[in-house]
Design a protein around this ligand. Structure first.
Ligand code: 1HE
Length: 267
């Protein structure tokens, strides 16, 4: 085990576990007796994990231990919090999930069982979501008398549409994995128990990309979706020129022209 892996493993919160598959890091929410509810220590642990990601980890898979991905905010943390503490709490979630979303390594989430409240907010911050057929999505905040606080009011409407988020909050509507896939909750739907292997396979493909391409997909695409058209096109031109000037891109293009690279086929 390298020093950097030691550091990453040692720094982990007790409710998280880390395992390495070559250049893919697998982070497990590991609090199954509380259905992986996110307490302050776990949120801090997620922030620390993504802040200190060792250089040799090029993609991350995140999944949950037990029958559920994540039951959202640990409600026992909330009972006595005042307004100032509530704002600080929400901002801590924002920091952790921003580290995840705008870090160096793309993140693939494996969703199963409950993906609810803050668990759905965590999933929404990931770049790719693989849902097992048991996954279901809900925002119980409405019935608990609270509101989204982990960036969900910003990310979820962009993912599944504002009207759907409003409905989930107001009426407690839930979506299953199969209906959720085409609506944008996940990009993949797989059989029960197949999610982790699928996510590791996808992360392996991500690791095989040129790092500059992964950077552009993670950082430039979401930015361009939000800025005005003219700025987006300028940003695209700059990013395209930077990416193609990278030695990795040059090598990959030469490989294709020399018929050493795979063709683009539908699979
Ligand atoms: C919890 C939590 C939690 C379980 N905080 N302790 N999230 C929710 O409103 C979802 C609340 N949880 C549930 O609806 C259910 O627990 C589940 C459907 C996820 C799972 O049901 P089940 O039957 O498998 O487990 P359980 O028996 O309900 O729970 C097992 C234990 O986990 C139990 O504790 P125990 O000490 O009695 O064994 C539960 O109390 C505990 N537990 N979920 C604390 N969430 C940044 S703002 C985000 C705002 C939100 O996320 S609001 C949504 C909160």
């Amino acid at each position: 085990m390298s020093d950097s892996k030691h550091r990453a493993a040692n720094a982990l919160a007790p409710t998280l576990q880390f395992e390495r598959h070559d250049a893919v890091g697998v982070l497990r929410l590991s609090r199954p007796h509380k259905r992986n509810a996110l307490d302050d220590a776990t949120i801090g642990g997620i922030e620390d994990f993504f802040s200190g990601l060792p250089d040799h980890i090029k993609a991350v898979v995140i999944h949950g231990e037990g029958e559920h991905f994540c039951a959202g905010l640990d409600l026992s943390d909330l009972a006595e919090r005042d307004i100032a503490a509530g704002i600080a709490h929400s901002r801590a979630w924002h920091r952790a999930f921003e580290r995840l979303e705008f870090g160096r390594a793309p993140v693939v989430a494996v969703l199963h069982g409950a993906v609810v409240g803050g668990g759905l907010e965590l999933a929404a911050a990931c770049h790719i979501r693989v849902a097992e057929r048991s996954a279901y999505y809900a925002l119980p905040e409405g019935s608990r008398g609270i509101f989204l606080g982990g960036g969900g009011s910003v990310r979820l409407p962009r993912l599944i549409g504002t009207a759907r988020v409003v409905d989930m909050m107001l009426t407690g509507r839930t979506y299953g994995a199969d209906e959720g896939g085409p609506l944008g909750f996940s990009q993949y739907v797989v059989e029960a128990g197949a999610g982790l292997a699928k996510a590791i396979e996808l992360a392996g493909r991500i690791v095989g990309n040129a790092p500059m391409t992964n950077f552009a997909a993670m950082h430039v695409l979401p930015h361009n979706a939000e800025q005005d058209r003219a700025s987006g096109l300028v940003m695209e031109a700059l990013m395209a020129a930077i990416a193609q000037a990278d030695p990795q891109a040059k090598r990959r293009l030469r490989d294709f022209l020399a018929k050493r690279a795979p063709k683009t086929v539908h699979r």
